[in-house]
Design a protein around this ligand. Structure first.
Ligand code: IMP
Ligand code: MG
Length: 195
């Protein structure tokens, strides 16, 4: 929702010229419209049992911010940080908890807010890790899911968009820590190493 209505990265004109930022995969207006819908569904589904939103850093930071504003319930907000070992564009499935939750999950309705599900290995690990803490319920809201790429079962209650199997950046997602601040989801058009 820019005031200009520009679908691109208008406020970041120097990034505009970066040839490694490819075409728009999900535009800013489409993102915002879908996130409003997800927020409305979550509001209805969790009526009477406000969820604890657990954002997975760093990728979910923007999604979490926008989504939480569309949930008309007294939610609580927490963050975890995980890093999965692997190359710049492929996870190995070996996940390290970089920042853990410091709240008790027992009897809480936990809703994990994740940026993107590719192989599903990161989320599968997180789900098992969090379930061991005995929440009353555990669901996942993922902004993006890569079509046909999941190598493990992941139970996704809410999904924003299913996208083709290509590496994307923007709206929280990075390559080597860059491009998280783009307002739309773009295909990454650079070399795999990120430079
Ligand atoms: P998975 O374990 O293969 O499902 O990968 C999940 C994590 O890898 C996500 O939380 C992202 O941090 C990262 N990731 C996967 N695909 C992309 C992408 O296309 N762009 C940026 N990060 C990605
Ligand atoms: Mg990442």
């Amino acid at each position: 929702m820019t005031s200009s209505g520009d679908e691109s990265v208008g406020q970041l004109s120097r990034l505009d010229a970066d040839s490694s930022i490819g075409r728009i995969v999900v535009s800013e207006p489409d993102l915002q419209a879908r996130i409003a819908e997800l927020g409305a569904r979550i509001t209805a589904d969790y009526d009477g049992r406000p969820p604890l939103l657990v954002g997975v850093l760093k990728g979910a930071f923007m999604f979490m911010t926008d989504l939480s504003r569309w949930i008309q319930l007294p939610v609580e907000v927490e963050f975890m940080a995980v890093s999965s070992y692997g190359s710049a564009t492929r996870t190995s499935g070996v996940v390290r908890i970089v920042k853990d939750l410091d709240v008790d999950l027992v009897d809480r309705h936990v809703l994990v807010v994740e940026d993107i599900v590719d192989s599903g290995l990161t989320l599968n690990y997180l789900q098992r890790y969090l379930l061991a803490r005995q929440p009353a319920s555990l669901e996942v809201c993922a902004l993006l899911v890569k079509e046909g790429q999941q190598r493990t079962a992941v139970d996704l209650r809410y999904v924003g968009f299913t996208i083709p199997n290509e590496f994307v950046v923007g709206y929280g997602l990075d390559i080597d820590e860059r491009f998280r601040n783009l307002s739309a989801i773009h295909a990454y058009a650079g070399s795999a190493g990120g430079s």
